[in-house]
Design a binder for this molecule. Structure first.
Ligand SMILES: [Zn+2]
Length: 179
C-alpha cells in the first residue's frame, strides 16, 4: 500500500519534516491506479499523541493527503511512528508483544502498561494470525530471520534486528496491508 513513510520515528520529527520538507511525503505513484501524478491535497488532523496532558501534547497531528489526477481519489501518508488504524503507537505495541513473547502473560502485560486486557489480547492474536504472511515477506528481505525455528523465536529475532514500526514499514512497502 505504501502508506507509511519510513524512518520518521517521532511526532516531533514528523512535525518538523512536514513543515520543512513536505515533498518527502509525496508517494511516487497513486496507490489506487498507479499513476505518478499526485497533488498535495492538504492535511487531516489526527489525535496521535497518546501521552497524557499536559506533558506536551502534539495534537492535533497533521497527516498529509494527496490527490490523484488520474482516478481522482485521495490517499494519505503516515510517518513510521504512527500505526495505521490503531489508537496506540507501534512503540507501545512492541513493548507489549515483547513482554508476551518473552513468556509474560497477557494479564501481566495489561497491568504493566496500563492497558485493557482485551487490547493486549487483540494485538497478540493479530501477530499470531498474520505471522505466516508477515514472516514470508520479512524473511525474503532479511535472510538472517530465516534461521528462527518457531513463532516466538522469529519475532524476538525480528524485533531485536529492527523496531516493530520498521518491520511494518517494510511490509507496507511490499504491498502488505498493516496492521
Ligand atoms: Zn489514482
Amino acid at each position: 500500500m505504501q502508506r507509511i513513510v519510513p524512518a520518521i520515528l517521532s511526532l516531533h520529527h514528523h512535525r518538523d519534516l512536514l513543515e520543512r520538507e513536505p515533498v518527502i511525503y509525496r508517494p511516487s505513484a497513486c496507490p489506487h491506479c498507479g499513476l505518478a501524478r499526485l497533488w498535495g491535497h492538504g492535511c487531516y488532523a489526527r489525535k496521535a499523541d497518546r501521552r497524557p496532558e499536559p506533558s506536551g501534547s502534539l495534537n492535533p497531528v497533521l497527516i498529509p493527503r494527496f490527490f490523484c489526477q488520474g482516478c481522482r481519489q485521495t490517499c494519505s501518508r503516515l510517518p513510521e511512528c504512527i500505526a495505521p488504524r490503531r489508537w496506540y503507537d507501534w512503540v507501545l505495541q512492541q513493548a507489549v508483544l515483547l513482554l508476551v513473547l518473552g513468556g509474560g502473560s497477557l494479564h501481566q502485560a495489561a497491568l504493566r502498561f496500563g492497558l485493557d486486557r482485551r487490547t493486549v489480547r487483540r494485538w497478540w492474536v493479530w501477530l499470531g494470525e498474520r505471522s505466516d504472511e508477515f514472516g514470508l515477506f520479512l524473511r525474503a528481505r532479511f535472510s538472517d530471520l530465516g534461521r528462527a525455528v518457531d513463532f516466538r523465536g522469529f519475532w524476538r529475532g525480528c524485533l531485536a534486528a529492527m523496531p516493530l514500526s520498521r518491520a511494518m514499514a517494510w511490509l507496507d512497502q511490499d504491498g502488505v496491508v498493516v496492521p
